[in-house]
Design a protein. Structure first.
Lengths: 98, 250, 517
């Protein structure tokens, strides 16, 4: 089964990579990066079972922590740039005012 | 056998969801697709003797990370669908070619590796998955664990820097606001009372339902312009509302 | 029952001081009144850097440990201590630049050009958070080249990068460009760290451990039918690392980010990050994959050749001074990669390592000096970024233009500047290997240096031999901090160009013990 899991992880990683290169919306690009990180985690967990030591699971755990911190920073940066670029048309956001 | 079935079902689900993430135009669909991938992976972790990671995957990724993504999507506008205009000619084509070549390379490379039968985690997990993980985290990887605190502090500090606005002047009090409203009333004749909310006196109470005046007519002030414009485009606008708005927008 | 881990606090003390100071900085942000913050941050940051440097020296004097610290996560060996010292000196001068002028936005949350931003400027608001953020980045830079396993290397990579992503977006002028640089750097950085991670996963699958020494032992054993994992893993790990040093074809982010970021941050990235990333490259490719060098050397050869050629040629077409310096940094990364391939037996490795360490010191110091001068030449709207604005600067303020010309000559590697000996040390070690393919690369590197010298000279000619325009940029009187930075860089560039021996000796001594293996 190890091979199956690894091929799945490689596929997900590649799809994420294509997404990063193809998409234009910064948030979607970032989601694709998250998909790639998830694919890495699948590989770690699979190898942990293959190698019979649990280090892979610990690494996957650390990757999750790092990804969470990265998401905070990334989304903060994206929101900032969005606020700048969109500043001309505020009337479109009037839905939340009511 | 059970694992094989689980794997094939979830493999199909997660790959199609990943493709959906890349190819759906609306950002919200992308986020939901990513959520599907993450949940399927959580199950695959559980199948592979990693119950703790499965739980953390659901709590941290689908619970926190995805929510943050959705939150930001709502903040910046759900409608922001991607433009299909290529900025670099042929870039999309070559990106897909490169991605497929990469996938083929890795999948073939990894697929051809002959693995010994998996060593399995039965012995390691004998004392329980969580205690074994804890032992590694707090001995061998303890320094990495300590250093992640720097990451978390950076994240909190960074979000503060980019999002927090210092108040540079005193907040206006109720009294000042009220005085200002009446000054405006005196100068420009603006109504000092608040706008009527949607749905007042109407049969239903919803954002697209204008308030009625005591004589049963629609209060123009309560019409949500944004929704009205949308409905006018779609052709589903209430004729009475359209009548009220007419002559003004033009 | 878990036995408590042993942590060598003395060996890790420089790291702990930097992280501790950063956390104190965060507390200062939380509790100190606004008018006091800067007055606390600046001495705190500078003192912690000095303290960490003193501890590095103390450790060097007391003898270098030979086993990895902190349960095998961090390797504090000779090269690490040398790199730590270098990074701390470079960070110290960069922090002087950060402190110096109002380079940062008063309020990052305010929309650029809005009334709110103007109000923040007139109120004198400032983001003093940049000091703790910079300290976190410096802490990451220290940990990155010292990591002894791939997990802590990944964490260190992120600790180093996340604050830099943020700091890039905080330039006071040309806000849109700065924010765009921040987004680009972030997205590409996250993309590349995903590659690093997948490479780590494959190497873990190959070796059963992410410990660099463990991977080395597994390689020495060989066999097992999983070499494909090793090959693909090495390639992907390489992508992640080469991205950080800005080697072609992963160099695209560098000009954009260097241009958009506030200039003091650019100086920190161009010097500190490059040194740290090179340390990490050396550790991964020499310690973990040293027994596999015939597999990665051909690809590294191509990358190095492409990097120096791309860096040197694309620099010629640039019109923005910071972009030009970014391309020069790319070309230098290519020259440094030549030394990475000069591995052989022990003596050869020590020779190559000492050359690389010396090159990193000289390049780092010169580049900080060059960026410090960039901050001084101003237009009404900020720094005079367009090269045409620098025309005739030599006639208006000959001292400043002379210093800048001197730094450019050091980049080009003209004799009597530190750049010459840096290049000489690296190329000598590559030739000493006596392999035709590497000697050929050295020849290419010398040709590329000559091409690069062409555009440096072009800027010098522009500064000295064309007439200044009437509304040309003004040269502000430098504050004591900027003068110190420029003076220190100029002094070091001259001193290392005339008497390189003391630092070369130091680098050789550091390199002699090689990495912990």
């Amino acid at each position: 089964m190890t091979t199956h899991y690894l091929v799945l992880s490689a596929l997900l990683f590649a799809i994420g990579g294509i997404g990063v290169l193809v998409r234009r919306n910064a948030i979607v690009v970032f989601m694709c990066v998250e998909l790639m990180l998830n694919a890495c985690n699948l590989a770690f967990v699979t190898f942990a079972r293959q190698n019979g030591n649990i280090d892979g699971q610990v690494i996957a755990f650390f990757v999750m922590i790092v990804a969470a911190a990265e998401v905070v920073i990334g989304l903060a940066i994206i929101v900032t740039i969005f606020r700048t670029r969109r500043s001309a048309s505020v009337d479109d956001a009037s839905l939340l005012k009511y | 056998m059970g694992e094989t079935i689980t794997f094939w079902v979830l493999a199909v689900v997660s790959v199609s969801a990943a493709l959906g993430l890349v190819f759906s135009r609306k950002a919200v669909y992308c986020a939901l697709m990513l959520g599907v991938v993450m949940l399927s992976l959580a199950v695959l972790y559980a199948v592979q003797d990693a119950p703790f990671l499965a739980a953390v995957q659901i709590i941290v990724y689908t619970g926190a990370v995805m929510m943050l993504f959705l939150f930001v999507l709502m903040l910046v506008g759900v409608d922001s669908s991607d433009s299909l205009v290529e900025t670099i000619r042929g870039q999309r084509f070559w990106a897909v070619v490169a991605g497929l070549a990469f996938a083929a390379l890795v999948a073939l490379g990894v697929g051809n590796v002959v693995f010994a039968p998996a060593a399995g985690l039965g012995a390691v997990n004998a004392a329980g998955n969580v205690p074994s993980l804890a032992e590694l985290i707090f001995t061998r990887y303890v320094f990495a664990f300590e250093v992640t605190s720097a990451l978390l502090i950076t994240a909190a500090l960074g979000a503060m820097v980019l999002a927090h606005r210092e108040r540079l002047e005193q907040k206006a009090t109720q009294r000042e606001l009220s005085r200002e409203r009446f000054v405006k009333y005196g100068e420009e004749g603006l109504d000092p009372s608040p706008l009527p909310g949607p749905g007042t006196y109407a049969r239903a109470n919803a954002i697209d339902m204008p308030a009625l005046l005591p004589d049963g007519k629609i209060s123009k002030l309560s019409v949500n312009r944004y929704i009205a414009r949308y409905e006018a485009e779609e052709g589903t606008i209430d004729p009475k509302v359209a009548e009220i708005l007419e002559g003004e927008d033009k | 029952m878990i036995t408590a881990p042993t942590i060598e606090y003395f060996a890790l003390a420089p790291l702990l001081i930097i992280f501790g100071a950063a956390i104190i900085g965060v507390l200062v942000e939380a509790f100190a009144p606004r008018y006091l913050r800067r007055a606390v941050h600046v001495p705190l940051t500078l003192l912690s850097l000095v303290g960490a440097f003193a501890l590095v020296i103390l450790q060097t004097v007391r003898g270098v440990p030979t086993t990895p610290a902190a349960m095998g996560s961090v390797a504090v060996d000779g090269p690490t201590l040398f790199i730590w010292g270098t990074i701390l000196v470079l960070s110290f001068v960069s922090v002087l630049l950060i402190n110096d002028e109002e380079q940062f936005v008063p309020s990052a949350a305010a929309v650029p050009g809005s009334a709110e931003e103007e109000k923040a400027i007139t109120e004198g608001a400032a983001h003093t958070e940049v000091y703790p953020l910079a300290l976190f980045a410096i802490g990451g830079m220290l940990l990155f080249p010292a990591s002894n396993d791939l997990l802590i290397m990944f964490v260190a990579l992120e600790v180093m990068s996340l604050p830099l992503y943020l700091l890039c977006g905080l330039a006071r002028r040309r806000r849109l460009l700065s924010q765009e640089a921040s987004v680009k750097y972030f997205l590409l950085g996250a993309f590349s760290s995903a590659f690093f991670l997948y490479g780590t996963a494959l190497l873990y699958g190959f070796a059963g451990t992410v410990d660099l020494l463990g991977i080395r032992e597994r390689l020495a054993v060989g066999g097992g039918g999983t070499e494909t994992l090793l090959l693909v893993g090495t390639a992907m790990l390489g992508v992640g690392l080469l991205f950080k040093i800005g080697a072609a074809p992963f160099q695209a982010w560098k000009p954009d980010v260097y241009q958009g970021a506030p200039t003091p941050i650019t100086a920190l990235m161009a010097s500190g990050t490059l040194v740290a990333a090179f340390g990490a490259v050396l550790r991964v490719f020499w310690v973990a994959l040293g027994n596999d060098s015939w597999n990665w050397e051909p690809i590294m050869w191509g990358v190095a050749a492409l990097t120096m050629v791309a860096g040197s040629i694309l620099a010629i077409t640039q019109t923005d001074i910071k972009r030009m310096l970014a391309y020069s940094s790319i070309a230098h990364a290519g020259f440094l990669l030549v030394g990475v391939m000069a591995v052989g037996e022990r003596g050869q490795n020590a020779l190559a390592l000492s050359g690389l360490l010396f090159y990193l010191v000289t390049y780092g110091i010169t580049t900080v000096g060059a960026f410090a001068i960039v901050t001084l030449v101003r237009d009404p709207g900020g720094e005079a970024w367009h090269l045409s604005r620098w025309a005739g600067l030599g006639k208006r303020s000959p001292k400043l233009a002379g210093l800048f010309a001197f730094f450019l000559l050091a980049f080009a590697g003209i004799p009597l500047t530190s750049g010459f000996f840096g290049k000489y040390a690296v190329f000598r070690s590559a030739v000493a290997l006596g392999e035709a393919w590497l000697t050929g690369l050295v020849v290419l590197a010398v040709v590329a240096s000559a091409a690069a010298a062409f555009f440096y000279v072009r800027v010098i000619v522009l500064m000295f031999f064309s007439d200044p325009s009437a509304d040309g940029p003004t040269v502000v009187t430098p504050s004591w901090a900027t003068s110190t930075v420029v003076g220190f860089s100029a002094f070091a560039t001259v001193a290392l160009g005339v008497f390189p021996q003391p630092v070369l000796d130091l680098a050789e001594k550091a390199a002699k013990s090689l990495f912990v293996q």
